[in-house]
Design a protein around this ligand. Structure first.
Ligand SMILES: *Cc1c(COP(=O)(O)O)cnc(C)c1O
Length: 821
């Protein structure tokens, strides 16, 4: 969200580009590289970066959305096809983006804090923002934008009105930091810690530290803990240093810690020979260390010790998540009221724009504090943003936004406070819309979300949409060029949801979706999914609905083909897309290869149907023991499709590979693949360290804790025995939620406050008990049923089943919560 306009000719010069300029008066204020996430297209400069896909392929999309300025590296782009557009040709568009940001950075003389480290970067950044806001107008990296692309985009937001910048950096391999240092040119450096994360890219710990310190070479002040530089023998950067340490000498030395009420840590320290103290509203070690790091930064900046003492106590937990939840009256709610500024608003609006499930998109927005711009100008910018992100309705809360009501040419209501909005609740008529809640802390939007979000049973299945996208991209990266991707979203997307997942897949431009039954397809259509959808079990009773919603049936027998053609004739439909299923050895559904001749002659006798694809299913693609069989299936499929194609005289898509087919049988990708369980992070053919991320986490909480005397028993039929006595926790999940009864009596394990603990006694319908003897826990604490630390695969092994059954068996009363980090 910039401010200072750069003439395109100046941009060309900074980027060292060969410029093809047709509109010399163009000025640049915003930067983009993703054609799905654009704002202020008139002043936008689009970078065709080389990512998984060549950024040049998105130029037509961006142009259609109104972008007229492009940085490209491919000289062969047909510039004539884009009238009125400017093209800057460079060798490396990413380098051009970074150079432009570096130039922009040099326009400002206020302090710039750069943060790096293995963990805690985002938390320290957000906490410094909370702690320093009373004195400074701060620009900071949105979310965790800390990469080679995220850093320049963060720096680009600096304006004259800010007085401090806080930029987070992350690197995954050697040699990346120099580029970030060039962009940020930090005056103050903060190192949070050094851990084992991302070690792969580095030879030694010493190398890793040296690389991170590159960031601070030119800094005036460097703030760190000597504890993390023990393995480092090189020069410590910075003209001046400020050190902190817990129980070891440093400029700020923490000499005593005390846990209060399980929730606070009271810290005592020595600073300049004086006793200092702080109360940190967190008890875990990582949070305490991050807080001490922030404490050190405040002292290093010259704050009087009384100020951190007063402010650290009020630190708020950092939640970078965007959560999508089910709301009242058939609404969907995106809850993002952790903090509010233009950058995070833009990110949240992009997520809102992805949602197609309701006819209307609504934003509830409070005054934006500390934007560093005059209110009239600020809300004018917001109004443009709302237009480009297709927001239909605005509900403004606060005196400033209310005063700028005129700026918004959309359906709108304004309230001076959250209280006033709540008092007028019924007149807002929330129904069948997607609502984004974006409020600054002081407005306490949690009061609104409490009203909007459906009360949920405390057992939830959390779905990490970043991880899902990561897995999708992993499988895409395995595909040969031009191989299409069908994603199986049957059985409620393997238990993870319906339109929420399909929306994301549509946004990521997969080619096809497949569902098991027509009803599932109808639900997707009603939620705004326009992708082609294949229905695998098309039943005669559903043919009408199928046709009405443009769903494409799998045709697996002569009976089905005959019935479907009859309906098509009644409806006067011709060339209706269908998918033929061939049985190459699975022996479930499908035409047998010897039936193909008869099939072809029916297909040739009319033009009622159009064969969109022909496919088959592998029975054991993941199993090396059956590789010969799989090979025969692939071979038989090739022969059969060849016959069909010769017989009907036109081409269709051929596909046979499921998830493990993609991983293990590159030669079986053919024209399309069908990705299923791999999307959710499970691929039984991957044996070593998995490149996939965990998508689903099933969570519940503790209802009650009890101390059991020796000899007493737990649960039905006294199955749970604690001969020595102990401590148990009753948690809110049972077999009615999909937690199998066979997991009772220690077979199943869950995670409580970092400890893996066994079940005790039989699993009840809605509850079960855990043996938490020796584990610190309180009523209300979160319990992980499965997820990263308790893998679904492990649970499946214990039950003698497969992850598919566990995932699809989680009952519908367990609410699904989707989030983006
Ligand atoms: C479910 C299904 C898939 C996906 O299988 P995964 O093993 O989950 O990848 C592919 N094709 C068909 C026909 C299916 O029914």
């Amino acid at each position: 969200m910039s401010h200072k306009p750069y003439p395109i000719t100046q941009v060309a010069e900074i980027a060292g580009a060969t410029a093809y300029i047709t509109v010399p008066e163009a000025v640049i204020q915003t930067l983009s590289y993703d054609s799905r996430k654009l704002s202020d297209t008139e002043h936008n400069l689009f970078f065709a970066l080389h990512g998984r896909r060549d950024g040049h392929t998105y130029i037509p999309d961006a142009y259609r959305s109104g972008v007229r300025n492009f940085v490209i590296s491919d000289k062969k782009i047909d510039r004539q096809a884009y009238p009125g557009a400017n093209f800057l040709v460079v060798n490396n568009p990413l380098k051009a983006l970074q150079d432009l940001a570096a130039y922009h950075r040099r326009q400002f003389t206020y302090p710039v804090i750069a943060i790096t480290g293995s963990n805690g970067k985002t938390i320290v950044k957000e906490w410094l923002y909370q702690l320093l806001s009373p004195e400074y107008t701060i620009i900071r990296s949105p979310k965790s934008y800390n990469s080679q692309i995220g850093v320049p985009l963060s720096v680009w937001q600096m304006t004259d009105d800010h007085t401090l910048a806080i930029i987070e950096t992350g690197i995954s391999k050697a040699d990346e930091m120099a580029a970030l240092a060039h962009i940020i040119q930090p005056t103050i450096g903060v190192l949070t810690n050094i851990g084992d994360a991302h070690n792969e890219g580095f030879l030694t710990l010493q190398d890793k530290i040296a690389e991170k310190l590159t960031l601070f070479q030119e800094a005036d002040l460097f703030i760190y803990s000597p504890k993390y530089l023990q393995a480092y023998s090189g020069k410590i950067p910075g003209k001046k240093q400020f050190t902190w340490c817990i129980n070891a000498p440093a400029d700020l030395e923490v000499i005593g810690e005390e846990v209060l009420e399980n929730r606070y840590r009271y810290l005592r320290g020595i600073y300049q020979h004086n006793d200092v103290q702080c109360l940190v509203p967190f008890a875990d070690a990582a949070s305490v260390e991050n807080a001490v790091c922030c404490w050190a930064v405040m002292l290093a900046l010259g704050y009087h010790p009384a100020i951190p003492d007063e402010r650290l106590e009020k630190l708020q937990p950092v939640t970078m998540r965007l959560e999508l939840k089910t709301g009242i009256n058939n609404c969907s709610v995106i809850d993002d009221s952790y903090s509010l500024d233009l950058a995070s608003l833009t990110i949240a609006l992009d997520f809102l724009k992805q949602q197609n499930q309701h006819p209307r998109r609504t934003l509830i927005l409070s005054d934006i504090p500390q934007a560093g711009i005059k209110p009239e100008e600020l809300y004018q910018q917001v109004a443009h943003l709302l237009e480009s992100k297709q927001v239909d309705r605005l509900i403004g809360v606060g005196p400033q936004i209310s005063a700028c009501a005129e700026s918004f040419p959309i359906d709108k209501q304004f309230y001076s406070s959250t209280e006033e909005l709540l008092n007028n609740w019924s007149s807002l008529n929330f129904s069948d819309e997607t609502i984004l809640l974006k409020g600054a802390r002081v407005f306490e939007f949690e009061k609104i979300s409490k009203q909007l979000i459906q009360k949920v049973h405390e057992t939830v299945l959390e779905i990490n949409l970043n991880a899902l996208e990561h897995n999708l991209n992993y499988y895409k990266s395995l595909l040969h060029p031009n191989v299409k991707l069908m994603v199986m979203v049957k059985a409620f997307s393997y238990g993870s949801g319906s339109f929420e997942i399909a929306n994301l897949l549509q946004f990521n431009k997969v080619d096809y979706l497949a569902v098991a039954f027509a009803d599932e397809g109808v639900a997707l259509r009603k939620a705004g999914i326009t992708l082609p959808i294949m229905v695998m079990n098309a039943e005669e009773a559903a043919y009408d609905t199928l046709i009405e919603h443009r769903l494409e049936p799998e045709i697996y027998s002569f009976r089905i083909l005959h019935d479907f053609i009859t309906i098509l004739k009644q409806k006067n439909k011709t060339r209706y897309p269908v998918h033929l299923k061939i049985d190459t050895g699975m022996h479930r559904l499908g035409f047998m290869p010897h039936e193909v001749e008869a099939l072809v002659s029916i297909l040739n006798s009319s033009d009622d149907v159009l064969v969109k694809s022909v496919f088959s299913h592998l029975a054991a693609s993941e199993d090396p023991v059956e590789d010969e069989f799989t090979q025969r299936q692939v071979q038989l499929f090739a022969e059969t499709t060849h016959h069909i194609e010769k017989g009907i005289g036109y081409q269709f898509l051929r596909h046979i590979a499921n998830t493990s087919g993609i991983s293990r049988w590159p030669e079986a990708q053919l024209d399309m693949v069908r990705l299923g369980i791999g999307l959710y992070g499970i691929d039984s053919s991957i044996k070593q360290k998995s490149p996939l991320e965990t998508v689903t986490t099933l969570k519940t909480s503790i209802s009650q804790i009890k101390h059991i005397e020796p000899g007493e028993t737990v649960g039905y039929n006294r199955r749970g025995k604690l001969p020595e006595g102990g401590k148990i926790a009753t948690v809110k999940i049972g077999y009615a939620d999909g937690y199998n009864r066979k997991l009772g009596n220690g077979v199943g394990k869950m995670q409580v406050n970092g400890h893996i603990v066994p079940t005790i006694g039989s699993i009840c319908m809605d509850m079960c008990m855990l043996d938490i003897t020796g584990v610190h826990a309180e009523e209300g604490d979160e319990v992980i049923v499965f997820g990263e630390s308790v893998p679904v695969q492990q649970l499946a092994d214990q039950l003698g089943t497969i992850p598919y059954e566990i995932l699809t068996g989680i009952s519908q009363r367990v609410k699904r919560v989707y989030y983006y980090e």
